[in-house]
Design a protein around this ligand. Structure first.
Ligand code: ZN
Length: 439
């Protein structure tokens, strides 16, 4: 019995290595080199790409049985010769623990009425949707009152306990007293917080250490809120952290080798976040010339999250017209950043919109509609996002060369001609396992 328990324990702590798998691709797009090749074969082994080679016609499996074969068999072949293959996609801004919060009532209801175990189950369902849509890696930026549940999800997905993408976790986001929901309740009530709050440089430094203790990969900070128009027609917001607090957070995070993602909507927040040395700006609905110039020069990523801006502008405009104005500003900001050459990392804020109502891949269409080339949009969700995330123990992200992680997505048609094709995945491979295949 003791031996059996030991074996079970070992099985639960070691990820199950996927069996070797060969995938035939009709077209293979490499966003890194902007090269498209036809009739290629990729061999996955041990959770990584072992090699990529031309698929010889003679070695092609018959069109019927082998393509349906399970990846469990060592001789598995997945025939995607009718489709276009790309590296597994990266969404660099998600909230697995949120299921849509277009209004504050929706947010409060999840934090107040749903237990953390229930929210974790919903997150596992959301993760499955992300995989089906081709997103094999997520940078999850805040659990919104669910503590370090994203760290638990990262572990469960990595061990194969339930299927899910590779997660880079950030635990609870960080803000200051009085500046993040839950807000608006009686002062007699002690309400839960959607973030970890800290006040003063030393307290914020300690908060970063606390986050690191529980295993986050990233630190997420809310640099600003309460966006408003200035009398001269410009934009401003209320900064959450003082310069001292923000400097302490970024310094401490970098000291323990964690990167910092800053929610920052207007130049008020950008100035403080960029001066402190954050590694990415989230949303950035209002980017001025100075901001994009700094981001381009220092290679600081901008994560535009257009899909969520589109999702919330209707419901939120009913109580505050600023949200419609932010939509127009976001479009100008995106073009300004793209022109300036700032790195644009694909991020949608999925969870801010319901996972089952909108497809994260809609972000591609917004980017292309706002002037990005299809190749650059694909690079945004692969090589650019991979650069932002940095080295990963699983292998290189956002690519399909030898040594890259065994993540692949296949679509029907050519995304370079019609970017909406990215919303219709036909096959997905995650960590060398087939999680979706053609009917
Ligand atoms: Zn977010």
């Amino acid at each position: 019995m003791r031996i059996r328990l030991a074996l079970l324990a070992a099985a639960l702590t070691l990820p199950l290595a996927a069996e070797p798998l060969a995938v035939k691709c009709g077209t293979l797009l490499d966003p890194g080199s902007r090269v498209s090749k036809t009739n290629m074969k990729i061999l996955f082994e041990g959770g990584k790409v072992a090699r990529v080679e031309a698929a010889s016609a003679a070695a092609a499996p018959p069109p019927s049985s082998p393509s349906k074969k399970s990846s469990e068999s060592p001789s598995s072949v997945l025939d995607l010769s009718a489709y276009t293959c790309l590296p597994g996609l990266i969404d660099a801004h998600t909230h697995l623990l949120l299921q849509g919060d277009a209004t504050s009532e929706e947010y409060d209801e999840q934090v107040l009425k749903e237990s953390t175990p229930y929210r974790a189950l919903r997150a596992a369902a959301a993760a499955r949707i992300a995989l089906d849509h081709g997103f094999t890696t997520l940078r999850d930026l805040g659990t919104e009152g669910a503590g370090f549940t994203d760290v638990d999800l990262r572990k469960a997905f990595s061990l194969g306990i339930v299927p899910g993408p590779r997660v880079l976790a950030s635990g609870p986001g960080m803000s200051v007293t009085g500046r993040y929901p839950l807000l608006g309740y009686s002062w007699e009530r002690k309400m839960p917080d959607g973030v970890l709050k800290c006040d003063g440089a030393d307290d914020c430094r300690k908060a970063v250490r606390w986050q690191a203790q529980f295993g986050v990969d990233w630190i997420k900070v809310y640099a600003d809120g309460s966006y408003y128009r200035t009398p001269d027609g410009g934009w401003a917001s209320v900064p959450n952290f003082t310069r001292d607090e923000m400097n302490a957070i970024v310094d401490e995070a970098h000291r323990v080798r964690k990167k910092v993602a800053a929610h920052s909507m207007t130049p008020t927040g950008h100035r403080i976040a960029l001066a402190a040395g954050v590694d990415s700006l989230e949303h950035g609905d209002v980017l001025d010339d100075e901001t994009v110039k700094t981001m381009a020069a220092k290679k600081i990523a901008y994560c535009p999250t257009i899909t969520v801006t589109d999702f919330v502008k209707g419901p939120r405009s009913k109580t505050n017209p600023i949200w419609e104005q932010l939509w127009a500003a976001a479009q100008e900001s995106f073009k300004r950043a793209y022109r300036a050459g700032a790195p644009i990392a694909f991020g949608t804020d999925a969870g801010g919109f319901d996972w089952d109502k909108r497809n994260q891949a809609e972000e591609f269409s917004f980017m292309v509609a706002w002037g990005m080339t299809p190749w650059d949009a694909l690079r945004s969700a692969t090589t650019v996002a991979a650069d932002l995330l940095g080295p990963h123990k699983d292998g290189k992200l956002g690519c399909l060369d030898a040594g890259c992680v065994a993540d692949l997505v296949a679509v029907s048609g050519d995304p370079l001609l019609d970017i909406k094709t990215m919303e219709k995945t036909v096959a997905v491979i995650s960590r060398g396992k087939v999680v979706k295949k053609p009917d």
